[in-house]
Design a protein. Structure first.
Length: 314
């Protein structure tokens, strides 16, 4: 016999099944390795905005360029158990133990521009080998494959490291271009000061003989651009390329008073949105990861931007 009480209880049970999101609000964590770097912040903030548009709670953490702090934050997140972690420009090799713990705890991790790991879902990337080739070949083309260059490098990130290695390969096949000097950024927490001091020393020694400059990412290029402007260098006197893209980069490329001439732009905001889409599809809706990407990477397109097309990006 169906009573009014049974009907009410059944309706309540159906409501509980039909609205699980109300009972279990979605909380994700977003970790930016160095939020003072524009690119890290762009990816992390875009991911947070995309998550909040869905009504989720998005907690953004900044590791301040410190690997120990990064590891501590990941360990704390494993204890807190968010529905997913999005890590921007992370260090999955150095923080492998933390990635293992997250996987063992059933916390899916999507990384952005961090490199592959067997412990995350996948890494959202551009093809850094193509990015490095585009930047190197633009520079050599502007030089007519003859001249002297200075390079500003960073070995602590897999992407910037690959870009430098591809430059070396290109230079090995084009011996008319010679590297007069290189500064390799060693510090991450005070990286601007590191680049300023190191590249200033290169300019003091080699500026008169330099026809080209290559920087591994745009933040370094901004520091170098300011140094060159202070020395009275005009746009085009030194062919100058870097990599990453963004509003400030485009403004400098378009500015006749800036010395920066080109970049290979990487869609950091779109990467943040893609990471949130992946969490929504895989974690919440149960879509197989293989329907999004079959390998350890989800690749997105990068594009060369110089004076010829910069207005399209501004």
């Amino acid at each position: 016999m169906i009573t009014r009480r049974n009907t009410v209880l059944a309706g309540a049970a159906l409501a509980a099944v039909a609205t699980p999101a109300l009972a279990q609000p979605v909380e994700i964590a977003i970790v930016g390795f160095q939020m003072s770097s524009e690119t890290h912040a762009r990816a992390a903030n875009a991911a947070a905005a995309a998550a909040r548009q869905r009504g989720w709670t998005a907690n953004v953490l900044n590791s301040d360029g410190s690997l120990p702090r990064h590891a501590e934050q990941l360990d704390a997140l494993v204890q807190r158990r968010p529905r997913a972690i999005i890590a921007c420009m992370s260090r999955p090799v150095e923080a492998e133990a933390q990635y293992q713990r997250a996987k063992a705890a059933g916390i899916p991790v999507v990384t952005i521009m961090s490199g592959a790991s067997t412990h995350n879902l996948f890494d959202i990337q551009v093809n850094e080998y193509k990015v490095g080739a585009d930047a190197a070949l633009w520079l050599l083309g502007e030089l007519g494959y003859q001249g002297n260059i200075l390079t500003q490098r960073f070995e602590g990130n897999v992407g910037t490291r690959i870009r430098g290695k591809v430059l070396d390969v290109v230079l090995s096949e084009n011996t008319g271009v010679r590297v007069l000097g290189t500064h390799t950024m060693a510090r991450t927490q005070s990286w601007r000061d590191d680049v300023r001091q190191g590249f200033q020393a290169l300019l003091l020694r080699h500026a008169a003989q330099t026809q080209g400059i290559w920087a591994s990412f745009d933040g370094q290029a901004f520091v170098i651009d300011d140094l060159l402007k202070a020395r009275g260098v005009r746009k085009g006197q030194i062919k100058f390329v870097s990599i990453d893209g963004g509003a400030e980069t485009y403004a400098r490329i378009a500015d006749p008073d800036s010395t920066l001439m080109a970049t290979v732009t990487i869609p950091f905001e779109e990467m943040g949105v893609k990471a949130v889409d992946a969490v929504d599809q895989i974690v919440l809706k149960g879509v197989p990861k293989e329907t999004i990407t079959t390998g350890p990477y989800l690749f997105m397109d990068a594009m060369l931007v110089d004076g010829n097309n910069v207005r399209r990006f501004m």
